[in-house]
Design a binder for this molecule. Sequence first.
Ligand code: IMP
Length: 180
Amino acid sequence: MFRIITHNKNKYEEMRKIIPELEMLDMKYPEIQADTIEEVIDFALDYLGDKIEGDFIIDDSGLFIHALNDFPGVYSAYVFKTIGNEGILRLMENEDRREATFKTVIGMRFAGKNFKFVGLCHGEIAREMRGKNGFGYDPIFIPEGYERTFAEMTTEEKNRISHRGKALRKVAAFLKRFGP
Ligand code: IMP
């Protein structure tokens, strides 16, 4: 058993397909305003480590759109809540450079120490929203080498190539070697 602390059921469902023994602890924690996802994770790990006994992981992700100087990046959650996918498509309306990168950093508290596991997925921003699966920016993100958006894929397909899938497989390898 290993706990993922998140308020986001979608993330948990994706992660459970890779590490079935994961348990979700539904809890909010402070996400500081910082320049990098790594700093957000470091702060949250220390904060939660003081509050919670035992081992756990957390996930923080962001979408970095190259033509927008990597916006929304660390502001991805706020931007999704405010302007959403429609707003991003509007910002990208007359833009032909559509490359973007999804990044996940999974933070792990293990035996009182902090660890980080990173996963990247390159792709591009679609011209319109497509698909019903997944969550967040999935309907506007087309991973490299594909024509479908993440929202047009099954969870298994997305996991195989996604930022979160890659980071989580590193976690799985770590746990296999050092875990209980
Ligand atoms: P956070 O990791 O929960 O802070 O996520 C930041 C923002 O990115 C939120 O609006 C999420 O909905 C979105 N997001 C995180 N992971 C993904 C993903 O795998 N696909 C699409 N959107 C995501």
